[in-house]
Design a protein around this ligand. Structure first.
Ligand code: 8X3
Length: 253
């Protein structure tokens, strides 16, 4: 659905920065925000993919590792103006019970989903405030609100995202910055393939008998929240396929 970006207070073209923009929800968000009139700045580790997308959308691509402070600070320095920041980078690794937790999986998940979120947000806060009408949109997960067996590394990291979103809402009160969290359930992207280390058969099982959300379904919500009037703050949106009631209760047809 087409939405239209709000005019900026200084009349300049609004700029949206999207992390993890090389695929899935991030890439779909870049497309929809560009269609809404934003100039899009795409950050991702896979620079070749993000560069091609930026070219297609008339935006800019920058190599970005959200877990690396120097990379994040260079990314922010290259983008002194920003109106909307979509913190989408993140993901899951493994589905082991805590008794068999894999240190490297936990480190990766906490670094990407939590520490990286802090680094990017901290780096862009001055520019978001200076814009006069900034917006931080954190992409969480159904795992930001629920726990499930085997998921403790990912669910604890995504619960951390919720804590950060809620904290920002308190700390930024009185400043012209909106804060939103969008929590999707089952979305067919590279998420499960990455989680299961490239095991396609296992990844496909996750969506067996379900019509999952697409990256576009989530991007539609992100574009919608980003284009509400500047005084309206959508705090939280949770979205699942109609066949998914909770993280673990799914109707498979
Ligand atoms: C992905 C949803 O249920 O695999 O964020 O944690 S779930």
């Amino acid at each position: 659905m087409p939405y239209t970006a709000n005019p900026t207070p200084d009349g300049s073209r609004p700029i949206a920065v999207i992390t993890g923009a090389s695929s899935g929800i991030g890439a779909a968000t870049a497309r929809q925000l560009a269609a809404a009139g934003f100039e899009v700045v795409l950050g991702a580790r896979r620079f070749d993919r993000v560069e091609a997308l930026a070219r297609e959308l008339g935006g800019r691509a920058i190599a970005l590792d959200v877990t690396d402070r120097a990379s994040v600070e260079a990314f922010a320095a290259a983008n002194p103006r920003v109106n909307v920041l979509v913190n989408n980078a993140g993901g899951a690794q493994g589905l082991e019970p805590l008794a068999e937790a894999v240190d490297e999986h936990w480190r990766t998940m906490w670094e990407a989903n939590v520490f990286g979120l802090m680094l990017v947000t901290r780096a862009f806060l001055p520019a978001l405030e200076a814009s006069g009408a900034g917006h931080i949109i954190n992409v969480g997960s159904i795992a930001s609100q629920e726990s499930y067996a085997g998921g403790s590394g990912y669910t604890s990291a995504k619960h951390g995202v919720t804590a950060i979103t809620e904290t920002l809402r308190l700390e930024l009160l009185g400043k012209p910055i909106r804060v939103t969290q969008v929590d999707p359930g089952m979305v067919e992207t590279e998420f499960s393939l990455v989680r299961f280390g490239g095991d396609e058969a296992r990844a496909q099982q996750v969506y067996r008998g379900v019509e999952p959300l697409t990256g576009d379904d989530c991007a539609d919500i992100i574009a919608w929240v980003a284009t509400r009037p500047p005084h309206v703050n959508i705090d939280h949106v949770r979205v699942t396929p109609v066949q998914q009631a909770t993280a673990t209760v799914v109707h498979r047809g």
